[in-house]
Design a protein around this ligand. Structure first.
Ligand SMILES: Nc1ncnc2c1ncn2[C@@H]1O[C@H](COP(=O)(O)OP(=O)(O)OP(=O)(O)O)[C@@H](O)[C@H]1O
Length: 315
């Protein structure tokens, strides 16, 4: 957890559109050096939240502060600290990658040697060197997403806002993109929206689960990873009592005589549990992860129709 004050602070932020409350009572912080994932099903309010954060849509209640500056009171100062990749990146198909990024840098007030240096740095960070002279309209979806991210970071903003950055990418491109987001999180505050659990597990430090416009859960990813369930298949039947006291087992539930669902005390306990089962001669047939606590939490929240659930760990 970063020790410096948050780059982004939302306090009881909300917005209605067309007479309907779209997001409400959002309380969230994002600090330098962390990636926060905003997770939610289609229509949960992720894009609306990010539009508010990026300053392209004004909240009608609550506040949003960038480095302590109220986005509503000083929009120009606050927005200088933001880089935004919307769901549909605003790219100019008829420009080359370098031309487009130079144009974006100028819009953010960069010029001369500083602009050239930032251009080179951004192209290198986003791995766009091979295509810098190619027309954007001729690029693959994966490269276009990278150009979208490049335009969001060319001015070195404190806060990077990414709306579904991995959407529509093949698995290889998605992996590369997650690595890029992870690296951006080392020096910036990053908030990204997604409905993909692997995105959150792979590149976020914290997750905020949004459902029907309200934040229903905020917590650290490592805390959720620690609670993942294990499914164990044995060659011989054992009793529930037999699991009691085994190092690393927090709870055990029988699926049938030979299959068990275990909750380990920590992710690293899976190896210890496997060793203990083998040591007891129970005939270990299989031990595998059965969905993470993140998945469990997300699916539980996403299946609620009306009343908000109590919040999980506060971020
Ligand atoms: N300009 C608007 N006017 C009226 N309703 C809107 C407007 N923009 C968004 N909405 C509604 O707000 C809700 C949340 O939309 P939003 O795009 O923020 O969700 P999302 O979580 O990003 O969804 P997705 O994953 O499908 O992109 C939806 O029901 C949407 O129809």
């Amino acid at each position: 957890m970063p020790s410096s004050p948050p780059v982004l602070t939302l306090e009881q932020t909300g917005r209605s559109l067309a007479g309907r409350v779209i997001v409400d009572a959002l309380d969230l912080t994002v600090g330098k050096g962390e990636v926060v994932g905003l997770l939610g099903i289609n229509g949960a309010g992720k894009s609306t939240t990010l539009r508010l954060v990026a300053g392209v849509l004004a909240p009608d209640r609550g506040t949003i502060r960038l480095n302590g500056v109220d986005l509503a009171e000083q929009p120009h100062t606050a927005r200088r600290a933001i880089g935004y990749l919307p769901e549909d990146p605003p790219l100019y198909a008829e420009l080359t990658v370098a031309e487009f990024l130079r144009f974006c840098g100028r819009l953010h007030g960069l010029a001369g040697a500083r602009l050239r240096a930032q251009l080179d740095r951004t192209i290198e960070r986003c791995d766009l060197g091979d295509v810098r002279r190619r027309l954007i309209g001729a690029l693959s979806k994966g490269y276009r997403q990278r150009v979208g991210i490049a335009q969001a970071i060319v001015h070195e903003p404190d806060l990077i806002v990414l709306d579904e950055p991995a959407s529509g990418l093949d698995p290889v491109q998605a992996l590369k993109l997650r690595a890029l987001v992870r690296s951006l999180g080392e020096h910036h505050a990053v908030i990204l929206s997604t409905h993909l659990l692997p995105d959150v597990s792979a590149c976020c430090d914290r997750v905020a689960i949004l459902h029907r416009g309200r934040l229903r859960y905020r917590g650290r990813i490592d805390a959720l990873d620690a609670g993942g369930l294990l499914r164990v298949t044995l060659a011989r039947p054992v009793t529930a009592d037999a699991w009691t006291g085994m190092t690393g087992v927090a709870a055990a539930e029988a699926i049938d005589g030979l299959r068990w669902r275990l909750r380990p005390q920590a992710a690293t306990d899976a190896a210890a549990i496997a060793a203990a089962v083998v040591g007891r001669g129970w005939g270990l047939v299989e031990l595998r992860s059965e969905g993470s606590a993140l998945e469990e939490t997300f699916l539980r929240i996403a299946s609620t129709e009306t009343e908000p659930e109590p919040e999980g760990a506060a971020a």
